[in-house]
Ligand binder design. Sequence first.
Ligand code: CAO
Length: 430
Amino acid sequence: MAEIKQVFVPDIGAYKDVSVIEVMVKAGDTLKAEDTLLTLETDKAAMDVPSPYAGVIKELNIKVGDKVSQGSLILTLETAADTQIPPSPPSSKGGTVTAPTTPPTAPKVQSLAPAAPTIPPLEKGGLGGISAHASPAIRRFARELGVDVSLVKGSGEKSRVTKDDVQNFVKAAINAPRGTAGGNGLQVLAMPVVDFAKFGAVEVKPLSRIKKISGANLHRNWVTIPHVTQFDEADISEMEAFRKELGAEYTKQNIKITPLAFMLKAAAAALQKYPDFNASLDASGENLVYKQYIHIGVAVDTPNGLMVPVLRDVDKKGVVQLAKELGEISARARELKITAADMQGGCFSISSLGGIGGTAFTPIINAPEVAILGVSKSSMKPIYKDGEFVPRLMLPLSLSYDHRVIDGAAAARFTAYLAKVLSDIRLLAV
Ligand code: CAO
């Protein structure tokens, strides 16, 4: 037989005037026994209060923000016949507590009298230091949807993750355009938190602003773009001889002609020949946007971190002009005088470590570009030519490309063409 029951806040240990941080039900809702009614939070813990009965809510007496103690009236409901549930012990799973429910012993109006639950600390999860506050019910809800709650940005009080936040996270993941960043759906283990001081003296310094910004971009690009790196070598013996001649002439004008100026020119020629490398995926991830201009970003090592200013219309400029602009813009980058606009609009990037050393590396694509050329230090090598080994100056090239857009064969052709042009710079004139 249906009965009218009142549901009260159960025994919550020594806590009094505890905040109601979430109410999951409203008047008129039909409940199953054990459905979560609300979540309470002290400064140290959060717990759900489940319904001891199945039935229909007649009146809800509590709202978010209320302060409650054991015995506060939560709601009145009309039970379905035979809906009392047997007592259940406190459940503690994944750091959450479900307050136990004890059925009423007297008919009609009855308070709940469960054993005091042990309340664990409010759970915090995290990926790369991001932590999430979420009630047990929200954690359960997120788990049911396969969402790692530590990845959800909370919009509630004290940045608490709400049900809406989880739902919006799922919607965003579903609607995220294919081929773009892919949402934040990477389900990876949180970094272990290590107390380094346990092993020896340490000093903590904040990352520079540029490192923080570029780090976040590099991370996104690394995890969301399927990178492949193609390696090749260019015989730059002749190019180097010509560069030295030019260098002697332009030093007086304070223009330093480094191999990078030639590389910019050669890259522009390769981008013209292979336009897929001068393109970007659009927001839907289903179309390629081909650019009718050739602007190339150059990675510059500054005391504050990596910056990538962009040289415009590289195809329309000569090697000397490019060397001059490169000198100016890299100096401005090192003095932190370049603007955000100086770093926008690039179609392709070059990262040269040739002045430092190394034989090869795997540069990270500067999205939404689809490829980046890494250049390492040239060195004299014995090259087998016309039946004998001859000493040649070889320049290592490392081309990372977005495999969603570029096939391996195309990348090999692009790199081989670059090597060919750098080996015979007369080709740049035709
Ligand atoms: N092989 C051999 N020598 C090379 C070379 C190469 N591939 N590239 C440059 N060099 C030589 C130059 O000729 C120059 O020699 P001299 O001083 O004897 O004339 C010397 O190395 C230094 O060159 P540079 O670094 O001043 O000039 P650059 O045009 O090669 O590079 C710039 C300019 C701004 C790209 C560079 O200074 C720089 O910042 N490089 C680092 C980029 C970077 O950090 N990339 C990593 C990104 S991924 O984390």
